[in-house]
Each structure stands twice: as C-alpha cells, then as structure tokens.
Design a binder for this molecule. Structure first.
Ligand code: PMP
Length: 353
C-alpha cells in the first residue's frame, strides 16, 4: 500500500476473480464461461466495427438498448447496459445504498456483493443459507432493507421459483431489490416480467455466460424508468462511454442470432445433467444446479486437494476457502468431451488415493 492510498480504503478486501492461467493449455472450468464461441454474425460485426474505432461509442447505446427492449418485451426507458453486469451491480450499490439504507444478501452468494458493500462503507448483513444451501425466503419477507439476491444463486447453482422472488419484492415495497440473473438462461425463471408491477425491482443479466461474450464485458439492467434514470445518473457521472463500439455491435448481433445461443444453453444443460450423474456415481454430493456450473464434494478427497490435482493435470476448477464450502469445488460445464475428460481424471485421482 502506498502512503497516498486513502485511509477510507485501507481495509478493503478486493474481489478475487477466478484464475486466468496461461502457463499451459488448460481445460478451463473455473469461471463459468461458455465453451462455445460467439456466433458468426458477432465475429463479422466486430471486425467491421474496427474501422470506426477512431470515434467514441454512443453513450446512450441506442441501437443496443432498442434491440434489448424488443427482445425482452420492455420499454427502452426500462433498459440500461453496462460493462459486464459487475458494473451495474457496482452502480446499484452506489446509487441505492447508504448508511440509512442498509443492504442484505445471502452469506453464500456472489462474492462481489460484500466487496461493494465494504467499498461504500455500507451497513450490511449476510443472511445464512439453510444447511442444504437453499435460500430461506421467509428471512427476506418484510425485512425493510435493500436486498441483492442472485437467482439462480452462485456458487450453489440453486434457483428459487419466481413466486418466491415476487413475495420478497412485494413484501419490501419501500426498499430496493436487485435480482441478479447472470445464470437465468440455464433453467431459471426470470423476473423481468415483474418490473412493470414493482417499481422497487431491478433485474440484471449478462452476455458473459449464455451468450459467449465474457471477454466483451456486456451486462444489462431492467427496471422502472425511474430506477434506470438513477443508474444513468451514476453512469454519466463516472463513465458515459462504458460500452465500447465492438461490444455494442457484438451485443446487437448476438440478439439477432438468439437461436444459436439458446441451443448452446440446451446443450450445456444436457451436459450438466450428464456431469451431475457421473459425479454422483463416483460418490460425489452434487447440488441441483440451474446454472452452467455444479458445486460438488466428495467424502474421499478434500476440495482443495482435488482442485490442485486437477490443475496439475491441466483442468482448472474453482475452489473457495469459505468455511461452509471449502470441501466443494465449483465446476463450470464445458463441452461433453471436456466433461468426459474431467470425469476420467476425477476417477483416476480417486483411485490413486
Ligand atoms: N453475478 C453473478 C452471480 C456472477 O457469478 C457473475 C460472474 N462472475 C456476475 C454477476 C458478473 O458477470 P459479468 O460482469 O461478466 O456480467
């Protein structure tokens, strides 16, 4: 730490992203990326856009907002696009939470929520998931605090039905509720259809997982025009050109080829079911996932040991040190071939023990 670093931030514990190792070629199952490439129209649109990079991008992101509004059946004023959904989460913590508006989220959820709460010095509470890692919905009913909730949740992969999300939102009318749907395209139920009914609800999604654009950094939020206007106030006060030209055209092209991506999602869901069954038949406990990853543990090997042994064999999975889940590994669903390789390696590792 330099002597110039503000005392306000000295205790900040930053978010730790999954490893992006390039010391050798890995089967990369650690950051929930899609194993499938972007569609042909995305490649074409991005390469055509290169010649226009001399010019700033459109700060209103009109074309992309128009495409998203049409695709999701909402008004354009109800859409905002950001540099990954991490950015809209950041904006939402900054815009809607302060010392008089505390925030709650589950104890096991996307690690960035706690980082943002600490970054902005917010009063926050982590509400424990049940023993079986499900969200206890009653804990959130009428809680009277701002709520950030991932549905499906990460790193558990478990989804709540839409009716439970609606109960949470409806019972906290004077508080802001953000539903983070980063993984919704892999079997979850979206709450986007509820934004007209509930002015306190914001739903966020991303192109990073189901639409193969993690590296382009494109996320979006859906909410009442008033909430979106607030996010835009923060966006225009920090980085109005948050979506670069190539990402903008990639997003529009990806929506035009929606069938390609939804087909990939079906493949990933099938591969997820295969992987779950295969791991269970090796004695693993695997949570029921509605995402493109599974959280799994075995009584025969510690989570960290399995992670290290797989890494030595060229397979990267994600291990968390958090006490409640340190016995587990989070495994992204890749192609069927990659998952077969994973299963073979896991089998060999267990046999060696
Ligand atoms: N929410 C959840 C639950 C996530 O797991 C992630 C991925 N790390 C994000 C949001 C952010 O994804 P991105 O910024 O790539 O849209």
């Amino acid at each position: 730490m330099s002597r110039f670093f503000s005392a306000t931030h000295k205790d900040l514990v930053p978010y730790v992203p999954g490893e992006q190792l390039n010391d050798k070629k890995y089967i990369k199952l650690n950051t929930n990326e899609s194993p499938y490439p972007p569609s042909p129209a995305v490649e074409r649109a991005v390469s055509e856009e290169v010649s226009r990079l001399r010019l700033y991008s459109d700060p209103d992101c009109k074309t992309l907002v128009h495409s998203l509004a049409k695709h999701y059946g909402v008004d354009e004023q109800s859409v905002v696009v950001t540099n990954g959904s991490d950015e809209i989460l950041n904006f939402a913590f900054f815009a809607f939470c302060d010392k008089d508006n505390p925030v709650v989220f589950p104890d096991l959820t996307y690690g960035f929520y706690k980082v943002f709460a600490q970054l902005y010095n917010l009063p926050y509470e982590e509400i424990p998931l049940r023993e079986d890692f499900t969200v206890c919905v009653d804990d959130y009913i009428g809680i009277g605090k701002n709520i950030f909730i991932a549905n499906p949740n990460a790193p558990t992969g478990i989804a709540l039905p839409l009716s439970d999300i609606e109960r949470i939102v409806a019972s906290n009318p004077d508080n802001f509720v953000l539903v983070d749907e980063a993984y919704v395209d892999f079997g979850g139920e979206s709450a986007v259809g509820l934004i007209k009914k509930y002015p306190n609800l914001m739903v966020t999604q991303t192109f990073s997982k189901s639409r193969s654009l993690a590296g382009a950094r494109l996320g979006m939020g859906f909410a009442s025009p008033e909430l979106i206007a607030d996010i835009n106030t923060i966006r225009y006060s920090t980085n109005p050109y948050n979506i670069n030209r190539m990402t903008m055209v990639a997003g529009v092209a990806a929506l035009e080829e929606n069938g390609y991506y939804m087909n990939n999602c079906s493949e990933i869901m099938k591969t997820r079911d295969y992987t779950t069954e295969a791991l269970r038949s090796l004695g693993f406990q695997v949570l029921d996932s509605k995402t493109n990853f599974v959280l799994a543990k075995s009584d025969k090997i510690k989570g960290e040991e399995l992670y290290t042994k797989l890494r030595d064999r060229g397979i990267l999975v994600r291990h968390f040190t958090n006490k409640r889940i340190c016995d587990y590994n989070r495994i992204t669903i890749g192609t069927p071939e990659q998952m077969e390789t994973l299963i073979c390696n896991v089998k060999e590792i267990l046999e060696e023990k």
